[in-house]
Design a protein around this ligand. Structure first.
Ligand code: KG4
Ligand code: ZN
Length: 342
């Protein structure tokens, strides 16, 4: 039997996205980011994001239909991010999804954005449950054992900032461009990671929780010390600060991942695997370190293509498809949830 054609919608942060999926085949995946709109404010402004989603999501749907070469009438179900996220944006998506589902007379399913990220590796790889997931983005950082499409065990996560947020703040403090992850990684290439020693927060405490806000403060202090000593920052200072910061993030994530692996292996998985998702999964230094850790511990390492690691609607369509297959769908009472732990 041909799998249903699912239209996915995503609007929980600063990317408006629509995608068409049949089974694991991505017919189209359109993402319209809002970086230019928020750049002058130094962060995502919820009200501006919500307006932009309301204006752009339907355009994304049209583009996704055109790219896939299908008509709206061919769509069999609508999957939409119903949280967690910035409420105005999530509402835009949920309202559009309700309208489309009603107009077309097809099922509607609300998807948890985090479940979308967590299930993404299965969209491109044959990855059996249970696997360990490290979700690292601009808004999230957590370890999950993914036991099934609706069965997640959270092992720990950040108690303050997400790593992507720390990369973005670092870039801002050093006058580098946004988003900060790629520009900090780039600057760090010429840097000495040992010139400045940044803290590795929470390593002295048991468990898998993480903290990144102290790291940001340490970087700010070091930057200010250099400025008052030298009257400004040299190119090499920026490179060394970036390299030191990135090494600290890597060390903390790798050590906590090692602890999460211990907990995960207690599940006695037949084919142990660590998967990574979220924008920070793009970081080459982190990927390299996690690959080494997995090799040492006998785990397979899965990193989805970058386009699927960052926010997109194909992952929402895929997670929605899994819910529909399990017989779950929502009616018009589906509500947008700013907070929605897995
Ligand atoms: O998953 P994502 O697109 O959006 C959400 O936060 O949900 O992640 C964006 C985050 C940004 O904070 C960005 O700076 C970070 O991912 N990022 C990176 C890299 N590329 C993107 N962080 C570190 N290294 C990178 N190469
Ligand atoms: Zn995300």
């Amino acid at each position: 039997m041909t799998p249903p054609l699912i239209l996915g919608l995503e609007s929980s942060c600063d990317d408006s996205a629509a995608a068409l999926l049949r089974g694991t085949q991505i017919l189209s995946s359109v993402v319209r980011g809002q970086n230019a709109l928020h750049a002058q404010f130094g962060g995502v402004v919820p009200e501006i994001a919500a307006r932009a989603h309301a204006e752009t999501l339907d355009v994304c749907v049209e583009a996704a239909l055109a790219e896939a070469g299908v008509t709206l009438e061919a769509v069999d179900a609508i999957a939409v991010t119903a949280g967690p996220g910035l409420i105005g944006g999530v509402l835009s998506g949920v309202m559009l999804a309700k309208g489309l589902a009603t107009g077309l007379g097809v099922p509607l399913v609300g998807v948890n954005h985090l479940a979308g990220h967590a299930l993404t590796p299965r969209l491109t790889e044959d990855l059996p449950f249970p696997y360990l997931m490290l979700l690292v983005s601009g808004g999230h950082c957590q370890f999950l054992i993914v036991r099934g499409p609706q069965d997640f065990a959270r092992l720990g996560g950040t108690i303050d900032d997400a790593p992507g947020e720390a990369f973005d703040k670092t870039a801002r403090l050093l006058g580098l461009s946004q988003p900060g992850g790629p520009s900090v990684e780039d600057a760090a290439r010429d840097g000495d990671p040992d010139r400045f020693r940044f803290p590795r927060p929470l390593l002295d405490r048991p468990g898998c929780d993480l903290s990144f806000s102290g790291l940001k403060t340490a970087l700010l202090r070091q930057r200010d010390a250099l400025i008052s000593e030298q009257g400004g920052l040299k190119r090499q200072d920026r490179a060394d600060l970036c390299a030191g910061f990135q090494a600290a993030v890597r060390d903390v994530l790798v050590e906590k991942t090692a602890r999460a692996i211990d907990l995960y292996l207690a599940d006695a998985p037949a084919a142990p695997a660590l998967a990574i998702a979220g924008g920070v999964a793009a970081n080459g230094v982190l990927r390299g370190a996690l690959t080494g850790l997995c090799t040492a511990r006998g785990l397979r390492f899965c990193a989805p293509p970058l386009k699927l690691c960052t926010d997109n609607a194909a992952m929402i369509a895929y997670a929605g498809g899994a819910l529909l297959e399990a017989g779950l769908h929502h009616d018009m009472t589906l509500s947008a949830r700013p907070r929605w732990p897995l």
